[in-house]
Design a protein around this ligand. Sequence first.
Ligand code: GLV
Length: 368
Amino acid sequence: MSKRIRVFATCDIGEAIDLLRKRGYEVEVYPHPEAPPKSLVVEKVKSGIDGLITTLRDVIDAEVFEAGKATLKVVAQFAVGFDNINRADANRYKVPFTHTADVLTEATAEFAFFMMGTLARKMWTAEHLTRENQWGFWHPYLPFLGDEVTGKTVAVIGTGRIGLAFMKKCVGFDMNILCYDPAYENHAFVKTIEEINELRHSRGLVKEKAWIKYVPFEEALHDADFVSVHVPLLREGESATPTYHLFNEETLKLMKSTAYLVNTSRGPVVDEAALARALRENWIAGAALDVYEQEPLPADSPLRDPAIADRCRLMPHFASAARITRLSTDPDKGMAGRCAQGLIDVLDGNYGGDVTKMPYVVNKEGFK
Ligand code: GLV
């Protein structure tokens, strides 16, 4: 009798676990909501598991791959971002890893868009006013006003899947779009949006025709009313165009003092100390963050400063946290389904066992 396939999941991913069990896999799920300590992951891998299901909270590096030498066949990441997995180490140990791109694109993009609106229209501050019974009168401009989103200029930093989906939402709000991407420019997409802008204008939906163009980074920051970040986290040495601390004192100072920053990508893309200073000293009008240099956000983070609370929205890495997006077992709809399918592809040897043909495998270069 052949040995049963064994999988360890560092967290529960819902019904997709049953799906794996129904296939005959022996699946152990770490039972607590917090991430397991790395030593436990190493221990499980050392015990000879075939597949490991991870989230962005688990550091997967040489220590883990060494523990799984000759036994660990796949790491299936429940996320699109995979900066927690050392790609060079995975390649060195010849372990393919998968991710859950595409299925969270729209959810993340809409969340970024809603954060932009929440921030600029001061919805959080306004609700607090109501709840705390401070709403003493209706007045033309007191106690404060917000800024409109419609018709404004937005810089989209990173024009991969989520950046493009975010732009689609911006088009519906008549926004002008400044695109910047450190690695790849999608001019076909720009052309499509131009055609839509043309149609919206010629059919009388908008008075002024909106525009879209690729520009250098500095120009994007300088000219935008809103800046939304959609780049992967790439540290020095990982890419010719690293994104670590892309937003720092110098680059934040390029933004208009009336502009807002939104980050749903990865925390370390923004230097938080610099951002807190930018907010305190009013270099920019506000920021909405879903991701942080350290997660969960430490109690002593300068971003929690009550003096900037009215212009700093803080979300708990929540952009993909929608029911279908997170838990659907359909690999075309949910992260859980896609994560499970990525794992199955490798463990069952789908695509003739050719890792380079498996759609959810990230590090195909390691197997060429
Ligand atoms: C979430 O942050 C993801 O990368 O999926």
